[in-house]
Write a protein that binds this ligand. Structure first.
Ligand SMILES: C[S@@+](CC[C@H](N)C(=O)[O-])C[C@H]1O[C@@H](n2cnc3c(N)ncnc32)[C@H](O)[C@@H]1O
Length: 363
């Protein structure tokens, strides 16, 4: 079901994109749950009758797109990125070493505690749909694949022998190895920002809920471009930035919650064409996005040329071989973990609201 929307949540960049969308013919699109604007903080809770597929063309990418729209998008996206976050936001767990230790412990309960609140099977199917997994012969890599929850969604459509699951956490991978259904999948350790695969290897690149831990997300997306074959599709599923002040505070303390505009900008910068964003969320949120979402969107882009990404980047943001001060590390780790606990409570709070507020009403 397709439904047009002029609204994109977030700050100034969102509004700018909204304006661009009204003009743009093709290229970048938004597809998904559609919130309405609100009087408060720019976003209001929204109850949609169903999952509206919202496609918003804002230019840039397709050969048919206009250059004026393309440059407008770049301006809007850059300024929104700059305005949306400052370098000084702590994001205590947005580093490889911190993420490693975070998942050292979280892997024990990950499948039982995290996924039911934030990343359900129906959300997963919804998010993977734009990846166009139409053939069992497609060669697919799931980056930051963790315990294999998303990989289980991939192998519904693709033969396990054609699928590679990569993660930096041996503890998460151990859980994946224990899953009978994943037998046949290649499971390996690796870094999303430095993938151990030759250029032009895969037909599909999938990554769900991992980008928020990457110290340099643009580098990870550039890598997704490099390892895809021509015509290949990258599908990045990840959080979206909250607008409610308390949620924003805890989000900024914990990890990276990109804005929708940032995802689109990163994809375009990496060289992807036909960039689209589909909004996703747990059913019981009724479309509410003001608290941010751990899994809030599925962004896709197509690689139209052979070889590496045209984007040139400097040295990596994090050098994992460099020693860190253990006191600073422990402080950051504990603070990050405490702030993450807020996001265990949010889905419970939303579930209670969903139970109390009559159906069809906004919550
Ligand atoms: C929220 S889990 C998502 C797991 C899985 N994709 C899913 O859908 O359930 C995030 C995963 O990203 C992994 N991760 C974080 N930073 C990474 C990096 N730089 N390279 C590879 N994996 C990374 C973590 O180890 C963790 O398993």
């Amino acid at each position: 079901m397709a439904m047009a929307s002029a609204y994109a949540p977030g700050g100034a960049g969102s509004r700018a994109l909204g304006r661009i969308r009204a003009r743009g013919p093709a290229g970048v699109g938004f597809v998904g749950l559609g919130p309405r604007p609100s009087s408060k903080a720019g976003v209001r809770a929204l109850a949609l009758p169903g999952r509206g597929a919202i496609t918003v063309a804002v230019g840039g990418g397709g050969s048919s797109s206009s250059s004026s729209c393309r440059s407008r998008l770049r301006c809007a996206a850059s300024s929104s990125s700059a305005a949306a976050r400052s370098i000084s936001q702590p994001r205590f767990i947005q580093h490889k070493k911190e993420a490693f230790w975070f998942y050292r412990f979280l892997s024990i309960v990950y499948d039982h505690v995290i996924n039911p609140g934030h990343w359900t099977e129906d959300m997963r199917d919804d998010a993977l749909e734009p990846a166009e997994l139409y053939s069992r012969k497609l060669k697919v890599v799931d980056v930051g694949g963790g315990t294999g929850f998303t990989t289980l969604g991939v192998i519904k459509h693709v033969d396990p022998e054609n699928v590679t699951l990569l993660d930096q956490s041996p503890h998460q991978l151990e859980k994946a190895r224990q899953k009978e259904a994943l037998k046949g999948v290649t499971i390996m350790e690796g870094d999303a920002e430095d993938l151990p695969f030759p250029t032009d290897t895969f037909d599909r690149y999938v990554s769900a809920g991992s980008i928020e831990y990457w110290p340099d997300p643009q580098r990870g997306i550039k890598e997704s471009y490099r390892v895809l074959r021509i015509g290949g599709v990258a599908c990045m599923i990840g959080p979206v930035y909250p607008t409610f002040w308390l949620s924003r505070f805890f989000a900024d303390m914990w990890m990276l919650f990109p804005t929708e505009e940032e995802y689109i900008e990163w994809f375009k910068q990496a060289g992807f064409k036909d960039v689209k964003l589909k909004r996703i969320g747990p059913k019981w949120y009724r479309g509410v996005r003001r608290h941010g979402l751990i899994m809030g969107c599925s962004v896709t882009g197509v690689k139209r040329e052979h070889g590496d990404s045209p984007l040139q980047l400097g040295p990596k943001a994090e050098d994992v071989s460099k020693p860190v001060n253990p006191i600073t590390f422990l402080f950051r780790f504990l603070m990050g973990t405490i702030c993450a606990a807020y996001y265990v409570l949010v889905p419970i709070y939303m579930w209670i609201k969903d139970q109390i507020v009559p159906k069809g009403m906004p919550i």
